[in-house]
Design a protein around this ligand. Structure first.
Ligand code: ZN
Length: 502
């Protein structure tokens, strides 16, 4: 639940130099194993950190040479916000990222949850060894008298200065998928219903190790099981987990399972530049695709569905899946709160989730502050569900002006209008809707529909079949347009599909 799209990426592979590399190698050589220490004999077995078998390890603050606590308390509107987390000397970029991450999480809670009262984020060190740090954040949210706790763990690679998402402990999307299958089995044995659990970074956002080196995955209260059931977690034995780990994951495991007395980082790393988001397992870059839409033969078009999710959106997702078609969903506030699992599924299945305002007003008739609230709330909601902050918005009725463009730019979103209107809200007739979609289709088209109408859901199988027969490739808006410019307005992708050079 605590996420931030601006977390810089950690680099893959070993990028270690000098003393840092030596420290890691030394640590790897004496990393603890389950029982006896069999290598050489001259080494002493590593001292295990404290922690329960079903919990992430805890670093004793006494073992860290230069450790302080960052602490802020403030009011965001009516919401009181308390944030504290550990800052290790020499890990400036990590502290900065944690400040941004916790601040963003608190802001999203205040923006997106109507009954928000207070939020307290408390960070603790789960690993400090070699050149790796791990901080686990516990976020206690109070809304309308109810309390709920969520967890997120971030990792720091001092060799590169990069802060990593929990899924970056895994070697890639495939390994995240394997972990997800194993976790689903383990939770199933605990009688937890995992139907709404997806292998996305936003759900697998707290991963660490217990003192034995087993992988511990934990989920927010209310995210998988009902909130009253408390913290849901799965412990994956180390021998099953180890083949799934990235290089960072291996080093994190070593750091989490051995106490380093008098721990300190060798040298301050410079903060890295933001990398491509595609490198985070479970968090694909929105424009990334197997299809090259600039190739005219691909005949790319974007189907878009507004005002949902609706009760029958899962049926629509099944249909899209059958054709390998991707779509874009412009979501509004209450439907997201009503069907959060559908939003997660949309995202998990490679569709694009985008912002269509909280209350669906004509944005040109309200003030700038209200426009901001309308958009911030939905971006916060989507991020809290998926771990992804939308990069596209669609103004209701296509009504926009300079104020709307300015706020959209501030919030990092391009404005997406459409080139084909099926008028499916007006003409509740499936064959009419299907005909309009298919007749309007041409490469680069952005087709407007609404997945809250039965007649539209019923029209989709026919639309997909006919577009598929005509050789169209159905992609998301970001896949169609490529990188978009926040605050810019797009009606179609005709330029994108014909190549930008001509
Ligand atoms: Zn709408």
């Amino acid at each position: 639940m605590l996420r931030n799209r601006s977390v810089p990426e950690s680099t893959r592979g070993r990028a270690l130099v000098g003393a840092a590399a030596a420290a890691v190698l030394a640590l790897t050589a004496c990393s603890p194993s389950d029982g006896e220490h069999t290598s050489g004999g001259e080494e002493t077995p590593a001292e295990k950190p404290s922690g329960e078998p079903d919990r992430l390890t805890e670093v004793d603050p006494e073992t860290v040479a230069d450790l302080e606590e960052k602490r802020t308390e403030e009011e965001q509107g009516d919401v009181s916000v308390e944030i504290s987390y550990p800052a290790v000397g020499g890990a400036g970029p990590f502290s900065e990222e944690l400040g941004r991450i916790t601040g963003r999480a608190a802001e999203e809670f205040a923006d997106a949850v109507p009954g928000a009262e207070s939020v307290a984020v408390t960070g603790t060190l789960t690993a400090a060894g070699g050149d790796v740090l791990g901080v686990r954040l516990e976020q206690k949210e109070k809304e309308s008298g109810e309390e709920r706790t969520g967890y997120a763990t971030y990792w720091y690679d001092a060799a590169t200065g990069a802060t990593a998402y929990s899924t970056q402990l895994l070697a890639g999307d495939e390994e995240l998928g394997e972990l997800h299958e194993r976790v689903s089995e383990i939770l199933g044995e605990q009688d937890v219903d995992t139907a709404d659990l997806y292998p996305i970074a936003g759900m697998y956002d707290s991963i660490g190790f217990n003192p034995d080196g087993d992988l511990v995955v934990e989920f927010d209260e209310g995210q998988v099981a009902p909130a009253g059931d408390g913290r849901v977690h799965a412990v994956v034995p180390r021998e099953e987990a180890e083949p799934l780990l990235s290089d960072l994951g291996e080093r994190a495991q070593a750091a989490a399972t051995a106490v380093t007395r008098g721990f300190e980082l060798e040298a301050e790393a410079a903060a890295p530049k933001d990398g491509a988001a595609g490198e985070v397992p479970g968090r694909p870059a929105p424009a990334s695709s197997d299809v090259d839409c600039s190739d005219p033969k691909a005949k790319c078009i974007a189907l878009t569905f507004d005002d949902g999710p609706g009760g029958r959106t899962p049926e629509l997702l099944d249909e899209l899946d059958e054709y390998g078609a991707k779509a874009t969903f412009f979501l509004t506030g209450e439907p997201i709160r009503e069907h959060p699992e559908t939003v997660r599924r949309e995202y998990a299945e490679g569709h694009e989730v985008a912002n269509h305002t909280e209350n669906h007003p004509d944005l040109t008739t309200i003030g700038e502050g209200e426009v901001r609230e309308e958009l911030a709330s939905v971006s916060g909601l989507i991020d809290r569900e998926t771990g992804y902050r939308p990069e596209l918005m669609r103004p209701p009725y296509g009504a926009t002006d300079d104020t709307v463009a300015g706020v959209s730019e501030d919030l990092g979103m391009a404005e997406i209008i459409w080139s084909v209107d099926t008028n499916d809200w007006k003409d509740r007739n499936s064959s009419v809707v299907a005909d309009r979609a298919v007749e309007g289709a041409k490469p680069g088209a952005i087709i407007l529909m609404h997945d809250i109408h039965d007649t539209t859901i019923d029209a989709v199988p026919d639309i997909l079949k006919r577009l598929d027969e005509k050789g169209f490739t159905m992609v998301t808006v970001s896949q169609l347009l490529g990188e978009t410019e926040p605050g810019e307005k797009y009606f179609d992708g005709e330029e994108a599909v014909t190549g930008k050079d001509d």
